[in-house]
Design a protein around this ligand. Structure first.
Ligand code: HEM
Length: 148
């Protein structure tokens, strides 16, 4: 539990550096989506699809989610034990139920990197002249287009 907890903590630090502080790619902070005249918002879609087109990043997230699964399914089962479901009959149900619930949560998390990696999520639909197309010129996108 302690080791998986430390790995989850390391993942959270990496994750914030990646998607919140943009330390791994400073161009991510410049990605903007024009939603109305004179109104833009950070383009999380472009950031996420760019990030998960790198197989190493996908592998890091999948490995981290496997550790989150182990840590959280044990943690949820322990939480219900602390709340009193601790006899022999309940301990089996408790462990199975926490694995199922946490497993569903993890499936939701990994759907994002896997969806991008396997092309279920389009990398940049705006480039294909989709409806509501917006101009999108940041250095991250320029670099992105050049790498394709
Ligand atoms: C495959 C799994 C995951 C994916 C694809 C993912 C995706 C993201 C993305 C795209 C953002 C940035 C959102 C934005 O800029 O508006 C974000 C932020 C964040 N994520 Fe995750 N995440 C995952 C797993 C996790 C896990 C397991 C945790 C916690 C244990 C977590 C905690 C956070 C936190 C604290 C933020 C910062 C929120 C903020 O900046 O306001 N994420 N995540």
């Amino acid at each position: 539990m302690m080791w998986t907890g430390l790995i989850v903590l390391a993942f959270i630090i990496y994750h914030l550096a990646h998607f919140t502080l943009y330390w791994t790619n400073s161009d991510y902070g410049k990605l903007e989506d024009v939603v109305a005249p004179n109104h833009t918002r950070h383009d999380v879609y472009a950031m996420v699809t760019h990030a998960f087109s790198n197989p190493i990043v996908v592998a890091i997230y999948l490995a981290a989610m496997a550790v989150v699964f182990v840590h959280l399914s044990h943690g949820v089962a322990s939480m219900f034990q602390s709340l009193g479901l601790s006899n022999h009959r309940w301990s089996k149900i408790r462990r199975r139920a926490s694995r199922v619930v946490v497993g569903l949560l993890i499936l939701g998390f990994i759907a994002v990197p896997l969806g991008v990696k396997f092309g279920l999520v389009e990398r940049n639909p705006k480039e294909k002249g989709a409806k509501n197309a917006v101009s999108h010129t940041t250095s991250a996108n320029t670099k992105d287009a050049a790498s394709r």
